[in-house]
Design a protein around this ligand. Structure first.
Ligand code: CP3
Length: 343
């Protein structure tokens, strides 16, 4: 008889009595040769919007790596189209939106399209993935936090230090807060569309949480993340990168789990936040090193979370595209071979 699969939803609910479940941020991306092959000849956004392709990309890591949860293949910038913005993909740069939203006057020009209609292809992807997933492997939906979406929409693309974003933030606090409220409305509908189509958990990515001083993060970001999480009727994971210094401030959020980046010791994160699940947090660059190092670092992390009923194994940020695929397998192998009494 095969051993039962580690239960991701049980860990999010704080009642996992088996080995910890595993998935990886960016598990469905260029690290996998099969993804690169599938993507050949198709523009990234067309790929995201073609249910057969996006569903297949979602399923590849489940099949090839044996992870315990799938994450919807999509991009955090897709909801920009519901605001009437142009979205295109520049190879080597990433998604680019236009025109940039740099002031309250720019924000006033935004449209409020029906989100479920504008992003209806996602429902098609989600239904296909659910039909193709093995029993016991849940599907995670996702969205950016309103702040991280704002970061891209104000700059138009990722830009070091996000100067235009910070200018808008400080130059017009009321106008910027209203812009964040509009983005929160859009993201609530975007999340609900995914839940209605069948996602079983939901991750909010706050990649650019690290840009704000803590008091502004508490004031501008946390209440809107809470409003988004409250609109989503499945367990929510909040991953806010760069928040280790004030991690305990995230703990009162009503979400199922907090994602940890690699700049916090996971054992310390547990001391600073009990009563919710924790996810993470291996330094993703460990995966550049050989298998022995991957096993050593992974086992050290798992030792710290031994017996924790609310722990999900993950990296501290996404898999980089140039990590050798065999090293990703070594990470999975290290997680699976770990036992509490290893030498
Ligand atoms: O495997 C998965 O995690 C599921 C799919 C997924 C993608 N993007 C696919 C993707 C997820 C969850 C995302 C989230 C995302 N997208 C984030 C938040 C996560 C994080 O890393 O902090 C951000 C910031 C984006 C925006 C984005 N998308 C950028 C900046 C880029 C270009 C950089 C890069 O990695 O290429 C993308 C493109 C992108 N999104 C790719 C994939 C697989 C690469 C597309 C390709 O060239 O095939």
């Amino acid at each position: 008889m095969s051993t039962p699969r580690p239960d991701f939803l049980a860990a999010l609910a704080g009642r996992n009595d088996g080995p910890p479940p595993l998935w990886m941020m960016r598990q469905a991306g260029r690290t996998l040769a099969s993804y690169r092959k599938l993507r050949e000849g198709t523009d990234f956004l067309t790929f995201c919007k073609t249910p057969e392709l996006a569903a297949e990309a979602t399923l590849l890591p489940v099949r090839e790596l044996g992870v315990d949860a799938a994450i919807l293949f999509a991009d955090i910038l897709l909801p920009a189209e519901a605001l009437g913005l142009e979205l295109h993909f520049e190879e080597g740069v990433g998604p680019v939106t236009s025109p940039p939203v740099r002031s309250a006057a720019d924000a006033a020009q935004l449209q409020r399209r029906d989100v479920a209609e504008t992003c209806d292809y996602l429902a098609g992807v989600i239904r296909r993935v659910r039909a193709g997933l093995p029993e016991g492997v849940p599907l995670i939906g996702f969205a950016p936090s309103p702040w991280t979406l704002a970061a891209y929409l104000v700059e138009g693309r990722a830009r070091k230090g996000f100067p235009a974003l910070k200018t808008f933030t400080y130059a017009d606090p009321a106008g910027f807060a209203a812009f964040l409220d509009l983005l929160t409305d859009t993201l609530c509908a975007y999340g609900q569309l995914q839940v209605e189509a069948g996602v079983q958990a939901f991750q909010i990515f706050d990649t650019w949480a690290e840009l704000l001083p803590p008091p502004l993060f508490y004031e501008l970001v946390l209440p809107r993340v809470q409003r988004l999480a409250d609109a989503i009727d499945v367990p929510v994971i909040y991953f806010a990168k760069g928040t280790a210094a004030f991690f305990e401030q995230l703990c009162p959020l009503r979400v199922a789990a907090l994602g940890c980046d690699w700049t916090i010791d996971i054992a310390e994160a547990r001391q600073r936040c009990s009563g919710k699940a924790l996810q993470g947090n291996l330094d993703p660059t460990v995966l550049y090193a050989p298998a022995e190092a991957i096993q050593r670092e992974t086992w050290a992390m798992l030792d710290k979370m031994q017996g924790d009923r609310a722990y999900v194994v993950n990296l501290g940020h996404g898999l980089a595209p140039d990590i050798p695929e065999s090293h990703v397998h070594a990470f999975v192998e290290a997680v699976r071979s770990w036992t509490p009494d290893h030498e």
